[in-house]
Design a protein around this ligand. Structure first.
Ligand SMILES: Cc1ncc(C[n+]2csc(CCOP(=O)(O)OP(=O)(O)O)c2C)c(N)n1
Ligand SMILES: [Mg+2]
Length: 392
């Protein structure tokens, strides 16, 4: 079976029971996915997600968009990246961030309200979470144009050739921005891979409202190769993304990947999904869980040299527990933002009007929050020092 053309059923390698499909050979040239490491990454990413939900319930975070159930798609994609590639995420790519080396404590800042970003995108080529649906698709094609102009495509030098991996949801396909991005990517043959996690829902809107044809099929109308993959199969997800990124880096142009998966939790911690879908649907998808599937395979004789045992799983549990402790402590220790920041960063140089607004704002903050600020682990300094930029 070719994974380079749209298939009527999603391409998969591991069955829901954790068995290797004999008819689904991984394409030659695919960078081998380390299966133990894939399992570890999925389990730890799930723990980050579970812990963040608990922190939200305890009042430590304002909101959390869970990615429960999407670990296979995300770890498959994230593990196909090279350090020089560039990622444009939505707000749900916690497992990709984990695979690409972003500190998970930094993911929490945005949802705790202590930062308007959370990390420096230049450190790891992992851009900031984007909440405006599909906006990142245009940022991604713009960046891909830059890569072409820098001559970092098709040189054949593995450390130099780069590609952009941009994430979007099924709902984002109905946004004008995504469709504009497809036009640019196709006509300019840009080194970009669109990774669409079709998790069946855009908040309460089912995917059937977004498209009458499979999402991957829409790509061909733009002149982009479309691939549909079982997103709950980490091996298959890795293989298609690896193949698409390799093509993009070598100058072969864009690919659109539809990863069929399911958002098992509500849209965010503020949503009540049982108002628009039922428990039977939950149960159907829970049976297709990406972690169970790989763990079952790795516990079986079929896994050969990669086979795992109870001791491996116990160690992984202990590692997840340590990570959870670090997240809880890290979340509570996130520094309070400097109240002057939004004003200081609005324009390169302060105008008289913004300066006056800042004075007013600092006076309000001093009156209302001064006792808290004096004791909180702020980035340093006092409110009066903020005006001089001392708190930066
Ligand atoms: C431009 C814009 N319109 C509407 C919203 C409100 N909104 C937030 S998430 C969402 C659904 C997105 O669904 P999908 O693209 O499938 O991603 P998922 O949340 O399922 O990962 C909407 C409509 C928004 N954030 N931005
Ligand atoms: Mg969706």
């Amino acid at each position: 079976m070719s994974v380079t053309a749209f298939e009527a059923r999603p391409w998969s390698v591991l069955s829901a029971d954790g068995e290797l499909r004999q008819d689904a050979a991984v394409p030659s040239g695919t960078r081998a996915l380390q299966l133990r490491s894939a399992l570890r990454n999925m389990v730890l990413a799930r723990r980050i997600d579970t812990e963040a939900i608990a922190l939200q319930r305890q009042g430590e975070l304002g909101l959390w968009p869970s990615m429960l159930g999407q670990e296979g798609a995300q770890v498959g994609a994230g593990s196909a990246l090279r350090p020089q590639d560039v990622v444009f995420p939505t707000y749900r790519e916690h497992a990709v961030a984990w695979c690409f080396g972003v500190d998970p404590v930094q993911l929490l800042g945005l949802f705790r309200g202590t930062t308007m970003g959370g990390w420096d995108p230049r450190e790891r080529n992992f851009n900031l979470y984007t909440l405006v649906i599909a906006a990142q698709t245009l940022h991604a094609v713009g960046y891909a144009m830059g890569i072409v102009r820098d001559g970092d495509v098709g040189t054949g030098i593995p450390e130099r050739d780069r590609a952009v991996l941009v994430f979007l949801g099924d709902g984002a396909l109905s946004q004008g921005e995504a469709n504009e991005a497809f036009v640019w990517a196709a006509t300019q043959q840009l080194p970009v891979v669109f990774f669409c996690q079709n998790n069946q829902w855009a908040i309460s809107t089912p995917v059937s409202t977004q498209s009458l044809v499979p999402l991957a099929q829409r790509a061909s109308g733009f002149g982009i190769e479309g691939v549909q993959v079982d997103g709950n199969d980490v091996v298959a997800s890795h293989a298609v993304v690896d193949q698409a990124l390799t093509k993009a880096r070598s100058g072969g142009g864009p690919t659109f990947i539809e990863a069929i998966t399911y958002r098992r939790n509500p849209h965010t911690t503020s949503d009540d999904d049982l108002r628009y879908r039922d428990r039977e649907e939950h149960a159907r998808w829970a049976a297709l869980d990406p972690i169970d599937r790989l763990r079952d395979y790795l516990l079986s004789d079929e896994a050969g040299a990669e086979r795992i045992d109870a001791a491996f799983l116990a160690e992984l549990d202990a590692e997840a527990e340590e990570l959870a402790i670090r997240l809880r402590a890290g979340c509570r220790a996130l520094p309070l933002p400097n109240p002057a920041d939004p004003f200081l960063h609005t324009l390169e140089t302060m105008t008289a009007e913004i300066s006056a607004q800042l004075d007013e704002h600092l006076a309000d903050v001093a009156a209302e929050l001064a006792p808290n600020l004096a004791t909180a682990p702020a980035q340093g300094g006092t409110v009066s020092a903020a005006k001089n930029g001392d708190l930066e």
